[in-house]
Design a protein. Sequence first.
Lengths: 164, 304
Amino acid sequence: MAERRRILGFIQVLVQDRAAAEDVLQDVSAVLWTKFDQFEIGTDFAAWAMCVARLTVLNWRRKQARLPLALGDETLLLLADEAVAALSVPDDERREALQECLSRLPETQRQLLRAHYERGEDVADIAQEAQRTARSIYLRLEKIHAALLDCMTHKRWLNAGANL
Amino acid sequence: MSTETQRLDELAARLRETPLSADEQAELDALLLRCPEARRRFVDHMLLQNDLNEDAAALLSGPVTVSVRPRSASWLSWRPLTAAAAGIVFGILCTSVVWAYAAHEARLSLLHESFEGVRFGWQSGFPKEMGQWGGDEAKIVSSEAGVNPKDGVRMLKLEPVKTDLFSRTHCIVDLQKQSLALGATTRQIELRASFHPSVLGKKDRYILRAAAFADGPEKLDERWMKEAWAQIDEHSLAYAARGVSVPAGIDAWQTITLMIDVPPGSRILVISMWAATMDGKPANRAAHYLDDVRLSGVINEPLP
């Protein structure tokens, strides 16, 4: 589960679309299965899988008539390096940091995240239910995401400081 | 926050909801190409999006910070005393349950283990029965290597494991014996444990995990509390985890607290305590001491 999440996260960075990321993950899984004899037992499986995923994404992009986000190849490779670095943090550690940051949010913001991500309601549905404008819900979500990222960046900074 | 990061946040937010226009895509591409900070932030956006899409339910039911609100009305300050008095009576009626009062919250003690008495039975490997403790290699010691027990005169020494970064110890708690868990509503339980490294030269990491199950120990798969923790949501009624990293050289007990909401129908609560020396080489990993493990029911409204 943790490895799947890491690899899917890596692909999400490169394809920027959830459905497309799931499709690419299927392709990556097939490649990993057929090339498993090339994997050196005892080395980092996720790192190996991310190398495979990087090539699979490049192939996938060539086959698409229209990409979710048309980034240049150079940008994409820089993002891939950045994603590998970000995902080198143990999955447990990342998740615990995120859980703690989520627990610090006010309950109303947690409810909004539940509606959007757990129940899959889109911004327009939430706005209608809450009798607000879609724009105001959209801005609230943007603010929550930014707050979560700031919180996690701060925790990462503290951890990095602890390693000095 | 820099202007570029701010703009990146705006574009990432738009991308989450709608496709970007050609101009916006070109702007984002240029921003990502020239600015490392923007790339880091963009990766963080995508990973956050992925985590929330994949597992929002579990993430949002994770550790919750408990805030203690000061009482505003003066008569309410008598409540702790009333509750404590009632607790003493309750404690006499039921010897395994004792009321305690800390600040403005009541705590119903479900378990307190400081590894002192003959009661303490250790099982090598994962515990099999209610009330049993077990796990990786461990032994009870008194003061050792300049470390004094946190509580009482003994503590549990968790030996390093050659094949794993973490040393783990677990206990199966019978919730049906505890009156707290027998209600029709979800109850909040707090797990608290203290750790101390035997060697101070390395960064250490401590993790608490707890999971409530509807079935007894016989149906429990020990892997759920270890390497298959990522699947715990498929098997448990509730679960929670909390980890703390401690920098090298800190010569003090580290007390970690975890809150879990235990729903009705929970029969057992499995608690796990993990300790690790953060060093990739097994030979450099040291033992850790564990002491003063407490499991308490949290009562927010003690007595009228």
